[in-house]
Design a protein around this ligand. Structure first.
Ligand SMILES: NC(=O)c1ccc[n+]([C@@H]2O[C@H](COP(=O)([O-])OP(=O)(O)OC[C@H]3O[C@@H](n4cnc5c(N)ncnc54)[C@H](O)[C@@H]3O)[C@@H](O)[C@H]2O)c1
Length: 297
């Protein structure tokens, strides 16, 4: 089969000055995409700013014969999101792909997480995806084509100590992914999420012995596939780490039904309620509700 290309496609990649975003940008550009390399250039905790990282990735792409433009707006405000999309429209006249990847960390156990730790994390990860995707969505709807990837995390999908702010933001992105997949369907806009594990400046002190195996470059192929024209799925969540790609899904157990349900019924049937044998994977809230009909009719 032929290699996959992105000729004629314009991609916005946020947080692409380093780490995972830089790898995504290099891969897409090497396959012909015109890339907006967005990065505020701050610290891991989201302080400060520096045009250097965005400019360096864009220059690297151009040096390799690709096409890229740097952008240093913050994803954390609606104005920043508008500016990033404007950079794409001014430079290349369209936007086909948004990879929401920018991120910061402000970890502490929950009782110590005040608004100074919670608000910036929600602003960059969760609201950042709204801020950038919304203005791009307008173009995508009009052109009847779009691909979006949200960078979630196993810290949200599965939980991780000290990351209440981050985990909530990341799982919020899964909800956003699910809804946008439904809303985008009739415009050929596909929206999926990624839960990566990779050695970057954000994680280098946490990875331990596995660090050398977790090259961020190995995460980019699934991202590129999810934003490719041929991508067959929408509303899904993929795990990517060190060359292993897998799918996270939200399953629903068969459950227990009793039209006169009591508190004691719940206690007495709790194993049955939790039993994963015969689970289903509903693709929308409507599908869950539809599944109740067999009990009600
Ligand atoms: N590395 C991992 O193992 C891992 C695991 C799960 C999720 N993630 C997520 O992957 C994404 C990329 O992280 P990374 O590991 O490459 O770390 P990184 O720190 O190298 O990259 C994040 C980039 O986002 C940029 N950024 C931060 N705030 C911004 C803002 N307001 N506007 C624009 N850019 C901003 C930073 O300058 C930085 O270059 C993040 O969303 C992170 O939460 C990473």
């Amino acid at each position: 089969m032929a290699d996959l290309g992105f000729d004629g496609k314009v991609a916005i990649i946020t947080g692409a000055g380093g780490g995972l975003g830089r790898e995504h940008a290099l891969l897409l550009a090497s396959r012909g995409a015109q890339v907006v390399v967005n990065d505020l250039g701050g610290s891991v905790t989201g302080e400060g700013g520096d045009a250097g990282p965005a400019e360096r990735t864009a220059q690297e792409i151009e040096g390799l014969g690709g096409v890229a433009v740097p952008d240093t707006s913050s994803v954390a405000t609606p104005e920043g999101g508008e500016a990033i999309v404007k950079t794409a429209l001014d430079a290349y006249g369209r936007v086909d792909i948004v990879i929401n990847n920018a991120g910061i960390l402000r970890d502490k156990s929950f009782h110590n997480q005040g608004p100074d730790l919670v608000d910036p994390v929600l602003d960059v990860h969760l609201k950042g995806a709204f801020n950038v995707t919304r203005p791009a969505w307008v173009s995508m709807r009009e052109q009847g084509y779009g691909r979006v990837v949200h960078t979630a995390s196993n810290s949200g999908v599965l939980g991780n100590f000290g990351q209440a702010n981050y985990g909530a933001a990341k799982m919020g992105l899964v909800g956003l992914t699910r809804v946008l997949a439904i809303e985008g369907a009739k415009y050929n806009i596909k929206v999926n999420a990624l839960a990566p594990i990779a050695r970057t400046r954000m994680t280098e002190e946490l990875m331990g012995a596995f660090a050398e195996k977790l090259d961020p470059k190995l995460v980019s192929p699934i991202v590129a596939w999810l934003v490719h024209e041929d991508c067959p799925v929408t509303g899904e969540v993929y795990s990517a780490a060190g060359g292993r790609i897998a799918r996270f899904f939200i399953g629903l157990t068969e459950g227990y039904f009793n039209p006169e349900l009591s508190l004691e019924d719940v206690r007495d049937h709790f194993d049955e309620i939790r039993d994963t044998e015969g689970y289903t994977i509903p693709t929308s809230s409507g599908e869950e509700i539809g599944g109740l009909l067999k009990h009600f009719s």
